[in-house]
Structures are given as C-alpha cells and as structure tokens.
Design a protein around this ligand. Structure first.
Ligand code: SF4
Length: 431
C-alpha cells in the first residue's frame, strides 16, 4: 500500500480540492502518511496568486526530493499548468496534475505516464472533509473574467458549474452528519447556473433544507451581484450576515486597467444596498462587509491610491485582505511595467491597514454587552475556546468550561472588543 501526504497553499477552493484528493486516494487504498518526508506520494496543491506562495512550493519540493528522492511529487492547483514553473522544477516533479484531471491521478501514479482520459468531473468526487462541523462545498470551478493580474482563468480554465441536484445532495448529507456550517465556494459564485437555477435560487434551495446550520459563500464578483441576490441575503434566514467581495481598487482607471468591469461607485452602491437589506430583514446583527484590495498596481499614482483610501474610509470594512501587487507570469498585467516601488507598496498597505483597524474597531463596538451566537471552532494556544459569529467576527471565549465545545453553537456575551476580534464569555451552549 502506498502512503500519501497533501500540502495545501492558498484559497478555500484549494482546500476543497485537497479534501477531494484525500478521499479519492483513500478510496484507492492509499494511507495518510505522518508528514511530507514519510510519504510515497506528496501532493502539493499550489497557489499562484502571490510570489511568496510560489516560492514556498519551490523550497518544499526541493527539500522533499533532497531528503527522499524516491517520493513521487505531484503538483496540482494554480502552478500545474504554468510553463515557466514546469521548466523551473521539471527535475523535481513527477506528475503535473491540472485539478480537472484529478481522477486520472492513481493511474498516473501507478504508471507514471500521462493518462489523457478524464474518468469523470473531479467535483463529483466526494471529499474527505477536514472539519467535522464546517464544510466547503464547491459549486463550480474556473473563471471567465480574466482580471488582468490574475492567473486563475489560465490555471483552472473556464467556468464550469456542478448540477444543483448534486450540490443539494452533498449539503443534505453534511447536515445529516451534524455539520453546522456550509460554505458554498467558486471563483465567482454569482455567475453560477445549472439549467434554470442561478445562484440566488441555489441559495434559496440550500436555505430551505431542514436543520440548524449556517450558510456562507465566497467569492462574489461586484459586477455580478444582482438586486435579486441582495434581496435573498435578507430573506434566507440561514445565510449569514456577511458578504465578502473584492474591491481591488477604489480608482476607476485602475479598475479598468485591472479589467474588473465595475466602478468604485457601483461597489459602494452595492455595499449600501446590502447593508440596507440587512437592516430590513436581519436587524439583530449589522451586515459585515469584507474585501480584497491590491496596492501598487502598475501605474497606480498616489492620487489614484487616494481614491482607494476614500472608498476604504467611506465603506468601513470589517476586514480586508490587502496585497501588494506582484506580477504573475502569463497574465495581461505581466506585460505592464511594475513601476510602484516596494517601499511605496508597503506604505500604501500600511495606510489601508491603519484605516481598516479603525473602522473594524468602530464596527466591533456594536457588539459590546450583546449576546451573540458563535460557532465554536476549537481552542487556541492558551487553551481558550474560539469561534466565529454569523458576521465572521473572531471571538475569543474566556473563562470557559472544560467540556468539549468544538462544533457546537454557543451564546456568548461580548465584554471586550479589539480591532479585528471580540472577546466574551459563554452563557449557553446548544447543538
Ligand atoms: S474574478 Fe478575476 S480575480 Fe477572481 S478568479 Fe476570476 S479572474 Fe481571478
């Protein structure tokens, strides 16, 4: 019997892909190894969004092959189809596996030859879920948008969506097994379609399944968030009061250069509508808005950056993932001059981080002295329980009981707020 180990970099979609790989390998009698150095087969689910993540893959593959040259190294994910990556580490990689060819992995391992036949759609392979109470459920894969800085359309190909019946079946199974949180994922959930079912209808169908569970979804593209979907966020009681969608820049010219196909005003209008629907249907918790932003895109002047600052201040995000632009091989912006210095990119990142800390803290003050439901995830290094609210706020639970709370809901009274987290004590626990 062969042993395997998987190391995953990057987004939730990659994590979901790794869960499917685990299940597929174990179904084919592979056994999980203790670590990467003891595995017969090491699979690296790669991310090409940032250079730092890419560099970690190079160093990992190098270390593993040095220690155990017989390990079969499999590269899947974003980097698996990149020509420059293939040539850079060709001597250290045994199998390149675009994720849509997942079901050809075992024959490839056995023969170590390419098998062009794809037995079935990889998303229909069942996953081995990492968590026993929260699951990522991919509803599709790939992207048609070609944002000028992004490798995803090249790495994952064009959009392909799972049939709604298959998604519902997977969610139903999770709920039956006691799962408390279902996260629907795709590169752009808003363009989901399966026959006559669009994302709004899919969300409503998942919401209608019986059981006490929360629904989240990522990622949303601002150009595709429809009024119908915003209304559904309010009407579907199980859908959490949290929307994550990427601003990327607050400057219209930069957005155009990024090929994002919306304006800053459109983004802000969406935020306004989402918050207003939240107040109307779910007044108990303020709708949390989180985002992604890139600073130092080629040609971004200080004046253009100040437009992002303006949108940042006005929107009052609850969380933002701020990245410094780094050119990705094969993308349209790779041809543009990366002309904002590293120092200036760092400065812009710091400016936005400071605003984020202030706005998130102000938003968090709402929670002080309130009792909120929290899905408890585990213990931190100090042994304290922690979890997340429906609004995706991290909550540290102090003075907690010794019994196991992981995977249960708790009612937590918030008695302290920080910039990016809350703190409180549990007053009730329920399944
Ligand atoms: S929407 Fe843009 S940033 Fe998101 S995956 Fe597609 S191309 Fe990449």
């Amino acid at each position: 019997m062969l042993t395997y180990y998987i190391i995953t970099f990057g987004c939730q979609m990659n994590k979901a892909d790794s869960e499917r790989l685990s299940f597929y390998l174990e179904k084919n009698n592979f056994i999980l190894a203790e670590n990467q150095f003891r595995a017969d087969v090491l699979i690296v689910t790669t991310c090409g969004i940032r250079q730092s993540a890419e560099n970690r893959v190079y160093s990992l593959v190098h270390q593993v092959k040095k220690k155990n040259p017989k390990t079969i190294v499999v590269i899947t994910g974003c980097l698996s189809e990149r020509k420059d990556v293939r040539s850079r580490i060709k001597n250290k990689v045994d199998i390149w596996l675009p994720i849509k060819e997942l079901t050809s992995l075992v024959p490839k391992i056995k023969n170590k030859i390419s098998n062009p036949l794809i037995a079935k759609d990889y998303l229909s392979v069942a996953p081995k879920y990492e968590s026993a109470f929260s699951a990522y459920v991919p509803i599709g894969n790939g992207c048609n948008n070609f944002c000028s800085y992004c490798v995803v359309p090249y790495a994952r190909g064009r959009e392909k969506y799972r049939p709604a019946s298959e998604i519902i079946k997977e969610v139903r199974g999770l709920i039956k097994n006691g799962y408390k949180e279902v996260i629907l994922i795709a590169q752009n959930v808003n363009s989901y379609h399966s026959g006559s079912i669009d994302f709004t209808r899919l969300l409503a169908r998942v919401n209608d399944l019986p059981g006490d569970f929360w629904i989240r979804f990522v990622s949303s593209h601002p150009k595709d968030i429809s009024p119908k979907l915003i209304e559904a966020l309010g009407r579907c009681s199980k859908v959490c009061e949290h929307v994550h969608f990427a601003l990327q820049s607050g400057d219209d010219e930069i957005l155009q250069q990024m090929n994002r196909q919306y304006t800053a005003a459109h983004f802000q209008n969406l935020v306004k509508k989402i918050r207003s629907v939240g107040r109307k249907y779910k007044p108990g918790l303020p709708m949390a808005i989180t985002t992604d932003v890139i600073v130092g895109f080629p040609g971004e002047t200080r004046k253009q950056f100040l437009n992002t600052v303006k949108v940042f201040k006005a929107t009052k995000f609850d969380m933002a993932y701020i990245s410094q632009y780094s050119p990705r091989y094969g993308t349209a912006s790779y041809q543009m001059k990366d002309d904002v210095s590293k120092v200036e990119k760092k400065r812009r990142e710091n400016v936005l981080t400071k605003i984020l800390s202030q706005t998130a803290r102000v938003n968090n003050k709402y929670y002080l002295k309130k009792i909120v439901p929290v899905l408890i995830e585990g213990r931190n290094r100090q042994g304290e329980w922690y979890g997340k609210t429906r609004t995706y706020k991290l909550v540290r639970i102090t003075g907690t009981p010794v019994n196991n709370l992981a995977g249960s809901f708790g009612l937590v009274k918030i008695n302290k707020v920080r910039d990016l987290s809350l703190e409180g004590n549990i007053i009730a626990q329920y399944e």
